[in-house]
Ligand binder design. Structure first.
Ligand code: 1CP
Length: 359
């Protein structure tokens, strides 16, 4: 266990991930590096999405944009959960208006064509981006609104189940029925895919930590599609394996898990996976969840992104309500899902001011 004295006092997010209950809570927003920022949209024309992820100059700049503007406590790497399957050789394109399109994995043959040995080489630019970001964020200079050394660098991947959803379906979906049917009807094939993802995800997160990520987050955006036993098999078990693999090598590094739409399974997820912080989706009532999650585990979340789109008094009231619900706990203020692209920047400015006001 890392003692708190090793963490610079200014790194409020990292202190919270290590279990301290700070007031006001540190904050960052899922998808904070994104289309709602004019400076992000200005850089979109320069290169397509994958190129932006794979070019350290661009990915570093895009990661820092929300830090400069808002002084967020966390900087999340500009990347995507689908970089990992792409790095193993699965075809991937991002189509404007449609989202990601992948060459779907449906057979042993498709699975055998993936090559995990490529990951280290293909993701080298991502790791380079992380090491540059670590040097900048921990360097002597302020980053716009953020004081020197105050921002925590967050690496991430998708969780195996959520990444498998995109790999099998070949695109986004509301139900991921093809994927879940494969899990039921072809458990061997699906199990092999899940094992491959569990191993490569753990390795990739360890590589991100070695490169400079100060904490990591596992996005399981589609966890809530699964019935309880499948949730245990495809969400809890692989997450536990990944957390164990990380902790075996980096015992001090904190892991945030986001079992989106996990509902009543959140308590079991918190107790069984070993994550240090559970990120809550919009529908999870923090006043209920705080009693389901053991007290030593932190909470992250969970303002409705639509409240930030709406702005004004309704947003401020709901933000303060959530801040209050986390009082006395290690709580990272965040949204319940990503920032909506149409969100006015001034609403985010107002949100940051509201969460940080002391009362
Ligand atoms: O510019 C563009 O049009 C590309 C849009 C975009 C961006 C900015 C995509 C495509 N991904 C990202 C960045 C991204 N994705 C980050 C970066 C850091 C940040 O948060 O600011 C992160 C953490 C993600 C994670 C991600 N990608 C998730 C998990 C979180 C969530 O939103 O549930 C998922 C499901 C994806 C897949 C993905 N990538 C992109 C899109 C549009 C999608 C969703 C596809 C779908 O299901 O319809």
């Amino acid at each position: 266990m890392t003692t708190h004295t090793q963490i610079p006092p200014a790194k409020r997010l990292l202190r919270t991930l290590n279990g301290e209950a700070l007031w006001p809570p540190p904050m960052w927003l899922m998808r904070q590096a994104g289309r709602f920022l004019p400076e992000f949209r200005a850089m979109r024309a320069q290169a397509d999405f994958l190129t932006r992820c794979m070019t350290p100059d661009i990915a570093t700049e895009l990661t820092l944009q929300p830090i400069r503007r808002f002084g967020m406590d966390g900087a999340i790497l500009f990347s995507d959960i689908l970089i990992l399957p792409w790095a193993m050789g699965q075809s991937l394109r991002f189509v404007a208006g449609t989202g990601p399109v992948l060459g779907a994995i449906r057979s042993e043959q498709d699975l055998n064509a993936l090559d995990p040995a490529r990951i280290a080489e293909v993701t080298a630019p991502v790791l380079e981006t992380l090491s540059r970001l670590n040097a900048i964020l921990n360097g002597p200079d302020s980053i716009g609104a953020a004081a020197p050394g105050a921002t925590t660098l967050i690496g991430f991947t998708g969780s195996p189940f959520t990444v498998a959803c995109y790999m099998v379906e070949g695109k986004g979906s509301r139900e991921f029925a093809t994927t879940r049917q494969m899990a039921f009807c072809e458990p061997k094939l699906f199990g092999r895919l899940m094992d491959l993802l569990t191993q490569t995800t753990a390795d990739y997160l360890c590589a991100q930590i070695a490169a400079g990520a100060e904490a990591v987050m596992l996005f399981d955006s589609w966890a809530g599609l699964l019935p309880p036993d499948e949730f245990r098999r495809h969400v809890i078990a692989p997450t536990r394996q990944i957390v164990q693999a990380i902790k075996a090598r980096y015992p001090h590094v904190r892991v945030v898990g986001f079992p989106r739409l996990g509902g009543v399974m959140i308590g079991e997820y918190a107790r069984e996976t070993g994550v240090d912080v559970v990120a809550l989706d919009t529908g999870a009532d923090m006043r209920v969840v705080r009693d389901m999650v053991p007290a030593h585990i932190g909470l992250q979340g969970n303002l409705d992104p639509v409240a930030v789109l709406a702005g004004g008094e309704a947003m401020r009231a709901e933000a303060l309500n959530i801040r209050e619900a986390g009082r006395g706990r290690a709580h990272v203020f965040n949204l319940g899902h990503g920032v909506i692209p149409e969100t006015p920047v001034e609403h985010v400015v107002d949100l940051v001011r509201t969460v940080r006001e002391t009362a």
